[in-house]
Design a binder for this molecule. Sequence first.
Ligand code: GLN
Length: 203
Amino acid sequence: MNRPTPTTLPRTIGVLALQGDVREHIAAVEQLGAAGVLVRRPAELDRIDGLIIPGGESTTMSRLLDIFGMREPLTARLADGLPAYGSCAGMIMLATRILDGRPDQLPLGAIDITVRRNAFGRQVDSFEGSVEIVGIDGGPVPGVFIRAPWVESIGAGVEVLGSAAGHPVAVRQGVVLATSFHPEISGDLRVHQLFLNMVAAAG
Ligand code: GLN
């Protein structure tokens, strides 16, 4: 089978570093040959080819986005086509609608999904499973779910890449990817590789 040759150009991937498991994402992209940089200030958005929003606590991250003056510039960059990947809390941040969120919690609206926070249950109900992902070869990826959201509904342009418990947990719309689970703490780099391929294809 003919496959397009993946670009080998080094890319700079920002990780939104307001809260959450930032270091794990930096380590993952660097293991794949990209440069990983922390993003906390608006000017740092100009230097990146793609952005990862990590797992953590979306209510806190949403508040910090406002405190750091990042909401408006980030929303503008996303609207301008910045490739983005959100894991867990990052999925909630990138969503368009949030169920069981806090009233002051505002999503970025970068992917046309409705997410339900803490959908799989509380902290004690965190679990690991494996998830078959469309576009990822070599068998299912390990999915670490920690107070994870699931996708309750999707808009027309959204592709479901993987599901668990009957709900989408990996989705993509154009240059935006989101997973309910945390590949950054599983040691399996294939989801990050998928995102880097998306960044490379975006130019
Ligand atoms: N439940 C968290 C939230 O609502 C997400 C948990 C996580 O990122 N592991 O932000």
